[in-house]
Write a protein that binds this ligand. Structure first.
Ligand SMILES: [Zn+2]
Ligand SMILES: [Zn+2]
Length: 315
């Protein structure tokens, strides 16, 4: 993990408008990194003398900029800073009035969901029952560039973040992720919490949402001529059910039904799917499990898999 003293020096180097102009000038109009000569960079800044400009360029060189032949280009760190500056990551704060969404509230079923933005954090809440469905950040550049397509972009952004966290890779920094599932009320849904061991990025969401990118789920929807991406994260559809079926070993059963068929996934403490099954449920009542009462879902060989995973996650 980075030493704060090193980070302090790295950020101090950036505390100057001419230097940020240099980083910006090393990206072309299409946003691609490019090489520029000393004189081209000098013209791109508002520094009076070449001596003064040379001083600023020296401060950036090696960490953010490198010299290649007779020109300069961005290092990886320089590209990241240039992107963050262009995206307004450190400078923009977006607020917006509520925008009505097309989807029904997953709690009360009313068509009364609206998305509101305060300081780059989007809240989806229901005007009818007053409940907040989700509250997630969205980068300022995302607010600026999508227009009416913003709800879909927001959904795609977070769907991929959840998929990356679920696969054990931090979407912020690429670091290793620790995951844990727990009950959220009794009775109630189960939630998964992901924490990056490197940068501390954290995400908490219903366990159901962590399964949406699983091949068994994608295939199940595809086989029923549906696309699991058609429903947004704030209402994935009333065909989904989720409950804790075993405390020891810990197991959450997440199930979805389409056209009389059920797909059930069994999720361990560390948020991995340890097993999935498909079953014909045409004769069963809504809400009844496809498995018989003599089979609680995690007995036998599955149980050890759940226990092993839970043990390693808490170690
Ligand atoms: Zn509602
Ligand atoms: Zn991270």
């Amino acid at each position: 993990m980075a030493d704060p003293a090193d980070a302090d020096a790295a950020f101090e180097t950036l505390g100057s408008e001419p230097r940020l102009r240099v980083l910006r000038a090393l990206v072309d109009d299409d946003g691609r990194p490019t090489r520029r000569s000393f004189s081209e960079l000098f013209e791109a800044t508002a520094v009076d003398t070449t001596a003064g400009f040379a001083y600023h360029l020296r401060q950036l060189t090696d960490r953010y900029v490198r010299k290649v032949d007779e020109a300069y280009e961005l290092t990886d760190a320089g590209r990241r800073v240039a992107r963050a500056v262009a995206a307004g990551t450190y400078t923009e704060s977006v607020d917006s009035d509520p925008v009505a969404l097309d989807d029904d509230c997953p709690f009360c079923g009313d068509a009364a969901l609206a998305a509101t933005v305060a300081d780059n954090v989007t809240t989806v809440a229901c005007d009818a029952c007053g409940r907040a469905v989700l509250e997630l950040p969205f980068p300022p550049s995302g607010h600026d560039t999508h227009g009416d397509d913003l709800p879909r972009a927001f959904d795609v952004h977070h769907r991929h973040r959840i998929a990356e966290f679920s696969a054990g890779v931090c979407p912020e920094c690429g670091g290793a992720v620790e995951a844990e599932t727990e009950a959220a009320g009794d009775p109630g849904p189960a939630v998964a919490t992901f924490t990056c061991a490197a940068c501390g990025a954290r995400l908490r969401c219903p366990v159901t949402l962590t399964t949406l990118s699983h091949p068994a789920v994608v295939a199940f929807y595809h086989d029923h001529a549906c696309d699991v991406r058609d429903r947004p994260l704030w209402n994935v559809g009333d065909e989904w059910r989720e409950r804790v079926v075993s405390e020891d070993p810990w197991c959450v059963r997440v199930a979805t039904r389409l056209d009389g068929e059920e797909l059930a996934l069994f999720v361990a403490r560390d948020a991995t799917v340890v097993e999935h099954r498909r079953a014909d449920v045409r004769d069963r009542a809504e809400g009844a499990d496809a498995e018989g009462t003599d089979e609680t879902g995690v007995e036998g060989s599955d149980a050890s898999a759940v226990e092993d995973d839970a043990g390693s996650a808490s170690a």
